[in-house]
Design a protein around this ligand. Structure first.
Ligand code: BGC
Length: 736
């Protein structure tokens, strides 16, 4: 059939089907026309390139596109480049099937939001959803249809560099964030030119890499897999996520990219996931060095039969699927299922209706760095910065006569964090120095670096000490380079790199009584046990993004009241890692009255408790909790546990408080965590006002997985509603 006829046929049925959101007929009729090579082509994804002139596609890949042998590209951006390659696919091939263009839009596209660990520290899913919505708009305008985000891997080991890309240590918070990103990227209608498909990654267990070393092996029991690592994926899928990416790691002896149990049995058969599954970058090929596949053909067979639909960069599906099908090692039905899933997404994105709708030069120019997107970035930064310490209430600062010191004080590059898509590393992000000088109206405010991020050279200390001496207060901006977190960026030490800590100690030594504010930028929890003693106030700013410097300045001077809380525990030192609030109790919990005795579970040299716990963060307001109650009722025939607490702002400053509900299942058929977050609410409470905060749980919310079965068991539960996870669970109830 001639392409034009086919397209007309498809178009007329598409407009009807779009209302239906069921593209079965269109997909089936298209598939009837496809050769086996064209079908296999849909499962192939290659990367675009980049040279001085901008985005490129190699000659080899252009030829493959013309032959209908590539279904998708990653790393190809800009309205122009994506339009050019799309034209080749739509107008230069037999069937004119549009390409799917994917890209890592992780925490913003051009306008960069705080790193994801910072975003989750906002405990504000609506705000996180907004950032994803804005990121989608910018990316879509440049021709991107699909983001490889969100990363929903639970992670508890700060040595692992990719901890920065996720939402932290907790299952419940992780679920809420997963839903927020998916809703933000995809909106209500995937076919709009402003929405893109989300991709939940990395399935599965990637964040549990042994010793925090990236790509390392993962071993965990099925209960741990189902109770801790799978729930954020399930939540994202229930929120409508259309795609999912497998991970690089081995899980329980089988690579995740060829794992029939996790992909076929759980994802497809148990959960009924009908979306596209893509491999990670050559993760299918990596089953050979893993020792799970003998060669490329074997690897292709194993991944494809596990229902992994698309091969990212590995070129194994293109090389071997036909042969494997002809030999009977794979069925044609399996190929049809994968192609159906890929084409369905292309229909859902509206690509058959107008393959160029995303690549719009005018919209690209109007959208990038648009004022409402920048405003969302400031608000996200404001709400993601955690005030960890404020001794003597030095913050907000009362003087503008400050010394601004540190290698990150005037930085415009690291501030946007790792994996910052197309974010500009020069000239765009607002540094702390710019933020402060704008807010204080001090155009001549200069930063003194004092040292570099990673050096032992202390020749710059002198200038920093001189600046500190002249000032009434000191603001130091220290931390990691953004390259120190992210992929393949594991660290065995989680200290401040180089001699930054020495610089801080020197400055403190010579200025013992001056207010000293430490602003930290980093992609992971750091060991700051020594540093907190040398600073009065500590602000954990993560990498706060394009507008970060403005938000930091506003917080330092009280124009913004800090409202974030840690999405991850900060260990006392690296020896305590992994430390997380929802640990099990052990049979010999440490005795608080005799913390280092009685043959209990403790360290001889440090406490069990982290330096700063999950859920912890200060505000300039003070909040008092009282009157924790629980009312059991039946609503619409469903048994509901209705928890409530009164929270009073006893200060003179309006502010947000993040109210948290924790429970413990005291005895069950399997041991359960010492505490589990089961609800949170970020509420704005005016000075002097009191609010009642409610949480409603059903029986289901108290259940867990045991040997592949979801169970809700009767018995006693402890609970409390509190400002952070340190709370003692002093109340209890019984579930009949
Ligand atoms: C990463 C993924 C990413 C992919 C494509 C891989 O190295 O693990 O998270 O989406 O590259 O860029």
């Amino acid at each position: 059939m001639k392409k034009s006829l086919l397209l007309i046929g498809l178009l007329s049925s598409v407009s009807f089907a779009q209302q239906q959101k069921d593209y079965t007929k269109q997909v089936d009729s298209l598939m009837q026309l496809m050769t086996i090579e064209e079908k296999i082509g849909q499962t192939v994804q290659f990367s675009g390139g980049w040279d001085v002139t901008g985005p490129t596609v190699s000659d080899v890949n252009e030829d493959l596109v013309k032959q209908g042998q590539i279904g998708s590209f990653l790393n190809l951006v800009t309205a122009k480049a994506t339009k050019d390659i799309q034209k080749l696919a739509v107008e230069g091939t037999r069937l004119g099937i549009p390409l799917l263009i994917g890209y890592d839009v992780i925490h913003g596209y051009k306008t960069i939001f705080p790193i994801n660990l910072g975003l989750s520290s906002s405990w504000n899913p609506q705000l996180v959803q907004l950032t994803a919505e804005k990121a989608a708009e910018e990316a879509a305008a440049e021709g991107i249809h699909w983001t490889f985000s969100p990363m929903v891997d639970i992670a508890r080991d700060p040595r692992w560099g990719r901890i920065s890309e996720g939402s932290g240590e907790d299952v419940y918070l992780g679920k809420k964030m997963a839903e927020a990103y998916v809703r933000g990227y995809q909106g209500d209608d995937l076919s709009l030119p402003t929405t893109i498909a989300a991709c939940m990654k990395h399935y599965i267990g990637y964040g549990a890499a042994l010793a925090g070393r990236d790509y390392n092996t993962v071993d965990m029991g099925d209960n741990e897999l189902r109770n801790t690592y799978l729930p954020p994926f399930k939540a994202g899928i229930d929120a409508g996520a259309r795609t999912l990416m497998t991970s690089f790691n081995v899980i329980n002896d089988v690579p995740a990219s060829g794992n029939k149990y996790t992909l076929k049995d759980i994802l497809r058969d148990e959960w009924g996931f009908e979306g596209l599954v893509v491999s990670d970058y050559t993760s299918i090929n990596e089953m050979i060095p893993h020792g799970y596949a003998a060669d490329g053909k074997d690897a292709a067979q194993k991944s494809f039969s596990a229902t992994l639909d698309m091969d990212m960069m590995g070129d194994l599906y293109r090389s071997y699927l036909k042969e494997l099908i002809e030999e009977g090692a794979l069925s044609i039905e399996l190929l049809d299922d994968s192609v159906r899933r890929i084409l369905t997404l292309k229909f859902e994105l509206g690509l058959f209706e107008d393959p160029y709708r995303y690549s719009d030069l005018d919209r690209e120019a109007e959208t990038i760095y648009r004022s409402d997107i920048l405003e969302a970035a400031v608000e996200a930064a404001r709400q993601s910065i955690v005030l960890l310490q404020n001794n003597k209430a030095v913050l907000p600062l009362k003087t503008s006569n400050i010394a601004l010191i540190g290698p990150l004080a005037d930085d415009q590059s690291s501030i946007i964090g790792d994996w910052a898509a197309k974010g500009d590393r020069k000239g765009k992000a607002i540094s702390v120095q710019e933020g402060l000088s704008e807010l204080l109206q001090l155009p001549n405010l200069k930063a003194v670096q004092g040292t570099k991020i990673e050096t032992s050279d202390s020749s710059g200390f002198k200038a920093a000490l001189k600046a500190a001496k002249k000032a009434e207060a000191i603001v130091m901006v220290l931390g990691e380079d953004s390259n120190m977190s992210g992929e393949a960026a594991s660290r065995s030490s989680i200290n401040l790199p180089g001699n930054q800590s020495d610089l801080l100690a020197e400055i403190r030594k010579h200025n013992p009584n001056k207010p000293l504010v430490l602003v930290l930028m980093n992609g992971r929890p750091l060991d700051i046990t020594a540093e907190v003693k040398n600073a009065d106030a500590v602000l954990e700013a993560w990498f706060p993004g394009t507008m970060g410097g403005q938000a930091i300045a506003e917080i330092i001077y009280g124009k913004t009241n800090p409202s974030a809380k840690l999405a991850i525990s900060f260990p006392v030192n690296v020896g305590q890692v992994p430390v997380f609030y929802s640990n099990k109790t052990t049979g010999r919990p440490m005795n608080p009255k005799n913390p280092k005795g009685d043959y209990r579970s403790f360290y001889q040299d440090i406490p069990n408790k982290p330096l700063f716990s999950f859920g912890y963060g200060l505000s300039y307001s003070k909040f008092e909790y009282s009157n924790v109650t629980l009312d059991k009722k039946v609503e619409n025939g469903v048994e509901v546990l209705d928890f409530s607490v009164s929270v009073k702002n006893t200060s003179k400053i309006d502010g947000y408080e993040i109210v948290q509900l924790y429970i413990q299942d005291v005895a069950a058929s399997i041991t359960r965590p010492a505490k589990e977050l089961k609800g949170f609410e970020k509420v704005w409470i005016k000075a002097g006002e009191e609010q009642t905060v409610r949480f409603k749980l059903t029986r289901e919310d108290l259940g867990f997985w045991n040997q592949g079965e979801f169970k809700v068991e009767a018995g006693t539960f402890k609970f409390n509603i509190a400002p952070n996870s340190d709370a003692d669970l002093t109340n209890s109830f019984t579930l009949e």
